[in-house]
Design a protein around this ligand. Sequence first.
Ligand code: FE2
Ligand code: FE2
Length: 297
Amino acid sequence: MPSSTKMSSLKNGSGIKKKTQSSLRVKQGFLQLKEKDTSSLNRRVKAMEKKTEDVMWLERTVAEIVTENHLTTEIFEKYGIDFCCGGNKTVKQACEERGINIEEIEKELKQAYRKRDEFRDSNQYDKWELDFLADYITNQFHSYTKDTIYRLREIIDKVANVHGERHPETLRIRQIWHELSGELIKHMQKEELLLFPYIKQLVRAKREGTKPKPPVFGSINNPIKVMEAEHKHTGDCLGEISTLSNGFNPPEDACPTYRTMYEYLKEFDRITKMHIHLENNILFPRAMRLEEELGNT
Ligand SMILES: [Fe+2]
Ligand SMILES: [Fe+2]
């Protein structure tokens, strides 16, 4: 199971090319100008850079930013901005909808990019081969989900049995968890037995210059539509648990097991959002493009 520490090391290393190229142009221009008043030029350079950054942060979608830099997931999560199923909104739209101070979030996003630059050579999911990414999702995220579902179920049952009367929200959490865990197991089976093998077949066909066998489901768009709808339902269930648990904050009278339950649930929520993000925003769109490229639709 990836621990929180391990998850925090799941970083994306693709560069913020636009910003870097623009900064380079600005700096080159700075050197070419032979003005005496460098302090005023400095201010102008800063103003130009600020303008570029404004466009970059506000007009880009949440999903694009998360794909480019996975460290930003924590920030979007903190502000309650959905980066998996609702990630196609721009940062500006998402902030306006939730009444979030754009300057505050921008400051934090910049910090995340600086931190990401320190780990530039780390994981770059969007650059990985799709067969490798599908295996990675199975080995890391599906294994974690399968392990955690049952471990958490025991804890959730125990807490609901002991505290259900005083804290009825634990009874509803138990009900959601029982339904969700069964659905997630079936969901991962469909990915592992049907969708991912087809994606790997597409990758192999491209590598070998052959044509893949037409799938039983017609086009990859069909199972992907189903997977995305199930992801949305998972997101809704986790959202309801988050609301019921007051953002995974235990009540004052909570016993250690109760607190552990919320800690695990919080971690599960975070890891599952990353899992869905990798599929919805990276694996699935790239697999659809690959199928189209191979003319297999
Ligand atoms: Fe999955
Ligand atoms: Fe999935």
